[in-house]
Design a protein around this ligand. Structure first.
Ligand SMILES: [Zn+2]
Length: 125
């Protein structure tokens, strides 16, 4: 979601938290919405419900969004174990979030044009 469409300003999130010795440099920072940053906290991984295995979270700096998720009627559908643990931990599909995404898609504002490259999609505009 583009920061202009968010109620609270985005935060610079440490992908690997400082408490786990994650450095403060561009390669370890992600511009995250308030809710994602809050829900991720210092977590690095979670337990995948399908396999019972510990899986690391999606890393927006080194993973491709389209390999782990797809957008479906406002829902962010996980495609991999990494996608599943990230979707669960960051609660991507709360009813309010899904509805908000649907409205933004309808308004042509989601995914944000600067996020399309991250999704591996061309900007249609
Ligand atoms: Zn977010």
């Amino acid at each position: 979601m583009h920061e202009e469409d968010a109620f609270f300003p985005h935060h610079a999130d440490h992908v690997i938290a400082q408490k786990h010795r994650g450095p403060t440099h561009e390669g370890n920072l992600a511009w995250a919405c308030y809710l994602c940053n809050l829900l991720k906290g210092s977590d690095l991984a979670s337990v995948d419900i399908e396999t019972g295995r510990i899986e690391r979270l999606f890393n927006p700096r080194s993973d491709r969004w389209g390999e782990h998720f797809r957008l479906e009627d406002g829902r962010i559908v996980p495609l991999t174990a990494i996608g599943r643990v990230t979707e669960y931990l960051l609660q991507f599909n709360l009813p309010r979030s899904v509805q908000e995404r649907r409205w933004l898609v309808e308004a042509g504002r989601y995914p944000a044009s600067d996020g399309l490259q991250a999704l591996g999609l061309a900007d249609p505009r």
